[in-house]
Design a protein around this ligand. Structure first.
Ligand SMILES: Nc1nc2c(ncn2[C@@H]2O[C@H](COP(=O)(O)OP(=O)(O)OP(=O)(O)O)[C@@H](O)[C@H]2O)c(=O)[nH]1
Ligand SMILES: [Mg+2]
Length: 297
């Protein structure tokens, strides 16, 4: 009898708890961008892990935020609720010893959907100094919802991840794989190029600016084993454009170089990257601009 298991596993939680880090470490490959800033992830992203006994299709999602009037934020929250539909297991990620109203928001969303396979993943346990604190935290949060499993992990250190994968596999339905064994993601290369550039910009910019940037890929061609990429970085104001370019072009140059190096590893090819910074007024609050930038598929 064939007992191979296949299913969808959604990773949800408030911003900055380590959802994307968890996905990357479960896959043992970086496909989702990670920064210390909240609201880094803007789109649902599927990452596929195939083992000898199962195929797990993970969905990384944007951090669930407060209700917002901004079209971009509404889109991000919509991505989270979409990711809960037709799913086999939900991983609700929280940061160890922390619980705030944004975690409560997630609970409120879950209550509406009443999922049966809900795992509470307590991340960042490497930051917990006393085991007793973790135990009393687990006791408190376990009352917040009926969790099927509660699993403490450190995504960064890899602690608890094989246990998490084991428990996921146990709870998946028996079904044949949906993707070839070697496939790790479902997005095209352009998507990752834009995301890796955005990541390098976020890492170099403070304050509100990371939330006012979007990246589009205008050209992507391969000639003699070199990938030629033209990317546009969109901001909302001229002043923001100046900051991104930096004194004598330093900020943009450094971000471009770092993104190119990461892309050469990811694409396993030499990359020639050209970037332009353009202004599109109030794009983050314009459904039309969001469409143009590819936020709706
Ligand atoms: N100490 C520690 N830090 C972690 C761990 N996992 C993630 N982080 C850090 O937490 C920050 C946020 O990580 P992300 O993976 O981007 O978090 P996220 O939940 O995807 O954030 P959004 O996409 O903004 O919702 C980064 O600085 C990570 O390095 C962990 O296990 N331990
Ligand atoms: Mg993320």
């Amino acid at each position: 009898m064939n007992t191979f298991k296949t299913g969808y596993v959604s990773i949800i939680g408030r911003p900055n708890v380590g959802k994307s880090t968890l996905l990357n470490h479960l896959l043992e490959q970086k496909i989702s961008i990670v920064t210390r800033k909240p609201q880094t992830t803007r789109w649902n992203l599927q990452g596929i892990k195939t083992t000898a006994i199962a195929q797990i299709i993970f969905i990384d999602t944007p951090g669930l935020q407060k209700q917002s009037k901004l079209a971009l934020n509404r889109h991000m929250n919509k991505e989270v609720s979409n990711s809960i539909e037709h799913i086999d297991i939900i991983l609700f990620v929280v940061a160890a010893l922390k619980w705030n109203e944004l975690d409560e928001n997630v609970i409120a969303l879950l209550k509406k959907k009443s999922p049966k396979n809900l795992f509470l993943v307590i991340n960042k346990i490497d930051k917990v100094l006393h085991k007793n604190e973790l135990l009393s935290y687990i006791k408190t949060v376990s009352n917040r919802f009926k969790f099927h499993e509660i699993i403490p992990v450190s995504a960064i250190k890899g602690t608890g991840l094989s246990n998490l994968e084991r428990l996921i596999t146990i709870n998946l339905p028996i079904a044949p794989p949906l993707f070839p064994k070697s496939q790790v993601a479902t997005r095209n290369e352009r998507f990752f190029v834009a995301e890796f550039i955005r990541e390098q910009l976020i890492l170099r910019l403070n304050d509100e600016l990371p939330y006012r940037i979007s990246v589009t890929i205008e050209a992507f061609t391969v000639k003699r084993n070199i990938v030629h990429i033209h990317a546009c970085i969109w901001v909302e104001k001229k002043g923001q454009k100046r900051i991104i370019i930096g004194k004598e072009g330093r900020v943009l140059k450094a971000a471009g170089t770092a993104a190119r190096q990461a892309l050469e590893v990811f694409l396993d090819k030499k990359v020639n990257l050209k970037t332009w910074v353009k202004v599109e007024a109030k794009w983050a609050n314009s459904e039309q601009a969001l469409k143009k930038f590819g936020y709706f598929e």
